[in-house]
Design a protein around this ligand. Structure first.
Ligand code: AMP
Ligand code: MG
Length: 428
């Protein structure tokens, strides 16, 4: 998106541990959300180990690209805390000792009746010309450094220190020179592949330069459309722009969108069932309870979810749901007929308004040329009808289970939106 340069940010997370598989940079996620609210856009995120040269190099490069660089961490009292010296080196400034900071740190220790050790003196050095950002939750103060038209901000690594400092000292400063407003909308779709969706929305991609951006995030069983807009003038204008594109997308994609506020599929299905005061029960073979788990992940699910059966074995399909043994033998456990019988059995045994039944081959073993891994039959039954669908899902076991649950919930969702369309027996 065309964010003005004055609103572009790079976040540099400092710490050798962040370059291992053991620790993740989570602070930048918090910062990104806050920065977006203030109208700033993160253009780059980098992770640099605890080394002065590498850090100074990266900071120099960042300052050529963005207006604001936020460094996270490396402000501790130990030898491996290099951020202060790296910033001084990159900006060609000295580090100055500030007795007042040392006094604050000493007081902090005294209040806790602990003796301060000499390494903490390191935290009393600031980059020449920096404004000191007090740390309410720790010893290392943050720093706000102006360098020409650019700004470098140093924040401590511990998340509770960083968050408090950002909200108290950084956000108000950024607010004062706010570069604009950002609005976001997340449209959630399922039941449509990425390329099918792409062709439905062709022509709606915003042109570069208009402060409007559309990103498609595809994953198995779900495609999200993220609209981001920027206005230099007002939040209202940014929201109007985002809503305009969201509305155009909605009119093209209509029922394929299950939420325009970023909800999960189970949440939006919950809303539909609750509004209609209807109930659902499930029969699960290959999903092994995952469908029930997702339906009950929503608070208040007892209003519409009655319960279900995990019928992994043929014996339980027959014993608990009354699926005829001969049917399983003739059609196979993974078949349209058995899915339908499972749904019918669930409906009659629970008295629910709807029953969803899933039977399939999650893999990696158990497939055959006629019934490959990923083959899943899903039945939706209600009083007066049944809808049975065949799917062939890609991916490993968990993905087959996820997509099966996704498809099952989507069948019910679409049925609730247009009951007349699914009123007849419909086998595809
Ligand atoms: P430091 O200021 O580099 O001494 O970091 C102190 C502690 O803050 C580290 O041990 C981490 O647990 C945590 N930390 C540092 N950087 C991050 C980050 N980017 N995201 C989350 N936690 C961090
Ligand atoms: Mg560190």
């Amino acid at each position: 998106m065309t964010i003005p340069r004055s609103a572009s940010v790079e976040i540099i997370a400092v710490g050798s541990e962040l370059l291992t598989p053991h620790r993740q940079d989570t602070n930048s996620l918090f910062l990104t959300a806050r920065l977006n609210d203030l109208g700033y856009a993160v253009r780059f995120k980098t992770v640099v180990g605890d080394e002065t040269a590498g850090l100074a190099l990266r900071l120099g490069e960042a300052l050529e690209q963005v207006a604001l660089v936020i460094l996270i961490g490396g402000l501790g009292p130990t030898e491996d805390d290099k951020t202060r010296s790296a910033v001084a080196r990159a900006l060609g400034r000295r580090l100055v000792f500030r007795p007042d900071i040392l006094k604050t740190i000493e007081e902090r220790f005294r209040n806790r009746q602990v003796r301060m050790t000499s390494p903490n003196r390191r935290q009393a050095y600031i980059v020449e010309g920096a404004a000191v950002l007090p740390n309410a939750n720790g010893t290392a103060p943050g720093q706000w450094v102006r360098a020409g038209s650019k700004t470098v901000v140093l924040l401590p690594g511990p998340p509770h220190e960083l968050k408090a400092m950002f909200d108290k000292s950084v956000a108000p400063r950024l607010e004062r020179r706010r570069a604009g407003f950002i609005a976001r909308r997340a449209l959630m779709t399922t039941g449509l592949g990425e390329s099918a969706l792409e062709s439905l929305i062709s022509g709606l991609y915003p042109k570069a330069g208009g402060g409007l951006d559309l990103t498609i995030l595809a994953s198995p069983g779900q495609v999200e459309l993220h609209v981001v807009s920027h206005s230099r003038v007002s939040r209202k204008l940014a929201e109007k722009k985002a809503d305009g594109l969201a509305a155009r997308l909605r009119s093209r994609l209509s029922e394929h969108i299950y939420s325009d506020r970023g909800e999960s599929l189970e949440e939006s299905l919950a809303r539909l069932l609750r509004d209609r005061k209807m109930t659902v029960a499930v029969a699960e073979s290959c999903t092994g309870g995952f469908l029930g788990h997702r339906l009950t992940a929503v608070p208040g699910s007892s209003a519409y979810f009655l319960g279900g059966f995990i019928v992994y074995s043929d014996a339980l399909k027959t014993g608990l749901l009354g699926v005829p043994q001969e049917l399983i033998q003739s059609a196979g456990a993974v078949s349209s007929e058995v899915a339908e019988a499972m749904a019918a059995g669930t409906l009659s045994r629970t008295g629910s308004d709807f029953a969803l039944a899933v039977t399939g081959i999650a893999g990696p073993g158990g497939g055959s040329p006629e019934k490959p891994v990923g083959l899943v039959w899903i039945a939706l039954a209600w009083r007066g009808g049944v809808d049975v669908r065949k799917s062939l899902f890609w991916g490993r076991r968990e993905l087959v289970k996820f997509q099966s649950a996704q498809k099952a919930m989507d069948m019910l969702r679409r049925h609730l939106l247009q009951p007349e369309a699914a009123g007849n027996r419909d086998v595809t």
